[in-house]
Design a protein around this ligand. Sequence first.
Ligand code: ACO
Length: 388
Amino acid sequence: MPTVVDRGLEGVVVGSTQLSNVEGTIGRLTYRGYDIDDLAPNATFEEIVHLLLYGHLPNRHELESLKRELGARRALPEPLINAMQSVPKTAWPMDVLRTIVSGLGLFSPVNAHGEHLSDVHTAIDLIAKMPTILAGWDRIRRDLEPVAPRTDLSQAGNFLYMRTGKVPHAIEEDALDTYLVLLADHSFNASTFAARVVASTRADIYASITAALATLQGDLHGGAASAAYRTVTEVKTPENAERYVRDILDRGQRIMGMGHREYKVRDPRARHLEAMAKELSEHVGGSPWYETAHALEEASRKVLQERKPGNTIYANVDFYTAPVLADLGVPGDEFTCLFACGRVAGWTAHVLEQLADNRLIRPQATYEGPPAGPYVPIDKRATNGVRA
Ligand code: ACO
């Protein structure tokens, strides 16, 4: 049994994938060989879904067919809308999303062994429905009726439409579309790995995606998106940024949205999100989010560099998510859910990739407890239950 443990599996290669590649030292992210620097300004989220699920960028006919299928699959089963209506309005959006996604499995046929079909169409179904759950919950908790999805809009456009009942401005639709493209996949990150572990037991795609959602929730992963928003709202104005950073670090806390396990340079997604945040801020006019986030990043880099010379910490994808989604009118506690609406494309593709060439994922641990010894009958135990 090896005794060396790579805590947090840092630097450990646990499998292979054809879906995406993170090159942390040069700051490059590719989906099936396409650089996100090319995809972000040019491809739509639907094209990325096709690329991840079918292995190639779609031609026009394939793209239209995928869009039709996504549109046709957006509506939720009525009992799940009713279920959301009976949830306390104070429920955390990620809890609602995870629970209702798990509930989708109840409406999908099972075979005699209780197994759901886990195929590309189930994947498209999940991708189509997650934004409907989020937009539905957003309205229900505001005491509004959910807006039925439209079949003719893009994933991004339809999500914004379902929140407000109005077709969004092209700049807003494009911004959200680019956000979804940037979030679609990221190799063996924690939530994707969780989905693959579950799939490796031959549990179905609903179980796998529910596990991925649970894993995304923590603030060392996708929960940082909502946490970064809280930070920006606490900073309030650019002038407060440096003092805020010093206070946070003095308390031994972390700046949310800064730092990354894999990237040793700035997360390539942050550059695109920053540009979008700036554009959106000009579009909405007078929004404080972009300027404040920018000042916070500058202050964080300066103070972290001062305190830990040689350990440069840069903005990650969650950092500029805050100004982008805030300027799209999305409440801060829903940011992690929107992250999931993009990442579900990658999660489902990873589940299908795992199932296509499966081996149970079952690692080992070094045991650090007491040595093996005899069972102690109850009347011979010390009063605290410890072996005498
Ligand atoms: N603020 C302050 N200090 C930081 C930060 C931060 N955001 N990130 C890392 N550090 C410091 C740590 O305190 C540590 O210092 P030390 O060596 O003196 O103890 C050093 O940098 C290394 O940090 P680790 O936690 O060992 O690095 P790891 O690779 O595990 O961390 C992580 C990556 C978890 C993302 C970390 O940078 C962090 O906590 N960031 C804030 C949360 C966040 O933004 N999460 C989203 C990540 S992106 C995503 O999941 C989509």
